[in-house]
Design a protein around this ligand. Structure first.
Ligand code: SAH
Length: 348
C-alpha cells in the first residue's frame, strides 16, 4: 500500500490536478480546500462533497494533524508554548503570544537547524529534516484548534532557518494567506533569517508583503563570525548589500534583530559600529536581552547596558526598541523545549 500524503501540502491547483485526474469536476477543488481550512475533523465530515470522492480522499490522504505532546503556560504573562508531535514522531515547538492587537504564533520551519548559532538552543543536534508547508499550516491550525480562536499574526522565528527551506516556506506563506484558507494577511507575517544572502535577493524579487527580519547580533565580522557561523559564508558587507537591494526593490523596512549578550556584543563600541552600519537605512532594530540557554556560557546584558546601547543607536538616528521578554519561565526561547523532549519525552 502506498503511503498517504498530507492534504495540507497541496495547493488549490494541485488539488485540482489530483481531482480531475480521478474524474471529479474542477470546482470540487476549492470546496475541498475550504473544508481543510475550516478544520474538518475527517473527510467524511465534508458534507457537500460526493460520497465516492470523500472515500477516495480518505484512501489517498491524511489531514496531517499533529498531537499536542506538551503545553506550558507562563505564569508571568499569557505566553503558551506548545510541543507538537507529527506522525513520524518528530516534534516541533511553537509559541503563542497575546498582544493587544491579537494572537501571534511563532512557528518552526525545520525539525532542528543547521545554522549552529552559538547562543541558540535549536542548534543542538543539527538539522533532522525540513518541514513541509502542510506541517507549518498545521502548527497554526493545531494551536488555533486548542484555543478556539483565530491566529491573526505569524512570525517564522521558531526552530529552523526559513531560507534553508525556501520552497516550502514560500508555499506556506502563499497558502496561509489564501482568502479561502486561513486568510492571514501578509502584512501580519514576519519571516526571520540568519542571513542567507541569495535567498534574501530571491525573496526581494518575490515581493511578498510580509516583514523581513534579519538576525544580525553583531556589527563586525569577527564577533558575528563567532556567534553565527553563517557569517563565514555571507559576511556583513554581503548581507548589507542584499538588505539594501531588498529595501530598494520592495520599499519595505527591514527589522534587525540584535540579542544583547553581556560583554560580548553589548559594549558602546559595538553600538557605535552598529549605528554606523545602519545609519540612514530604512530599518528598525529589535534589541533582545539574550535568553540564557542551558549549557551555554552567555549571560543576559544588564539593563543599563541595554539602555546605553539603545541611546547610542539613537545618536545615529537608528530607531530601536527593546523587545518585551515573554515566556522566560517556560523556556520559550528557540529550541529549548524540543531539546528536553528529545532527551526525555516523558519529562517535559
Ligand atoms: N533561523 C532564523 C529564525 C529562527 S531564530 C534566524 O536566525 O533568524 C529567531 C530569532 O531568535 C533569531 O533572531 C535568533 O537569532 C534569535 N535567538 C536564538 N536564540 C536566542 C537566544 N538564546 N536569545 C535571544 N534570541 C535568540
Amino acid at each position: 500500500m502506498s503511503k498517504k500524503r498530507n492534504i495540507k501540502d497541496m495547493s488549490p491547483q494541485e488539488l485540482e490536478v489530483y481531482l480531475t485526474g480521478k474524474g471529479f469536476p474542477k470546482f470540487r477543488a476549492m470546496q475541498l480546500f475550504e473544508w481543510i481550512y475550516k478544520d474538518a475533523a475527517d473527510f467524511e465530515a465534508m458534507s457537500n462533497l460526493p460520497q465516492n470522492m470523500r472515500e477516495k480522499l480518505a484512501q489517498d490522504f491524511t489531514l496531517g494533524r499533529a498531537q499536542i505532546a506538551a503545553k506550558r503556560s507562563s505564569k508571568e504573562d499569557d505566553t503558551v508554548k506548545y510541543l507538537l508531535c507529527f506522525e513520524d514522531g518528530n516534534a516541533v515547538e511553537c509559541v503563542l503570544m497575546k498582544y493587544s492587537y491579537g494572537r501571534t504564533l511563532c512557528i518552526s520551519t525545520q525539525i532542528g537547524c543547521r545554522m549552529a548559532c552559538e547562543f541558540c538552543a535549536s542548534a543542538y543536534g543539527g538539522l533532522v529534516r525540513n518541514m513541509t508547508c502542510g506541517e507549518m499550516l498545521e502548527e497554526v491550525m493545531a494551536v488555533s484548534r486548542d484555543i478556539g480562536e483565530r491566529i491573526s499574526n505569524i512570525v517564522l522565528m521558531g526552530t529552523g532557518e526559513p531560507f534553508d527551506n525556501y520552497k516550502e516556506v514560500i508555499k506556506f506563506l502563499q497558502l496561509v494567506n489564501h482568502d479561502k484558507g486561513l486568510n492571514v494577511g501578509m502584512r501580519h507575517i514576519t519571516i526571520s533569517t540568519s542571513g542567507i544572502v541569495p535567498r534574501i535577493i530571491e525573496f526581494a524579487d518575490a515581493d511578498l508583503q510580509c516583514t523581513l527580519a534579519i538576525s544580525l547580533h553583531a556589527a563586525d565580522d569577527k564577533t558575528r563570525g563567532i556567534l553565527m557561523p553563517v557569517n563565514k559564508k555571507y559576511n556583513i558587507a554581503k548581507l548589507m548589500e542584499a538588505c539594501r537591494y531588498y529595501i530598494q526593490k520592495t520599499n519595505k523596512r527591514i527589522t534587525f534583530e540584535y540579542a544583547l549578550i553581556k560583554d560580548i556584543n553589548d559594549n558602546p563600541e559595538e553600538a557605535d559600529k552598529l549605528g554606523k552600519l545602519l545609519k540612514g537605512m530604512l530599518c528598525h532594530v529589535n534589541l533582545i536581552p539574550v535568553n540564557q540557554v542551558e549549557g551555554k556560557e552567555f549571560r543576559k546584558a544588564p539593563k543599563e547596558s541595554i539602555n546605553r546601547f539603545k541611546n547610542k543607536l539613537a545618536e545615529y538616528g537608528v530607531e530601536a526598541t527593546v523587545r518585551r521578554e515573554l515566556g522566560s519561565d517556560i523556556e520559550a526561547a528557540c529550541g529549548q523545549l524540543r531539546q528536553k523532549y528529545m532527551e526525555n519525552p516523558y519529562n517535559v
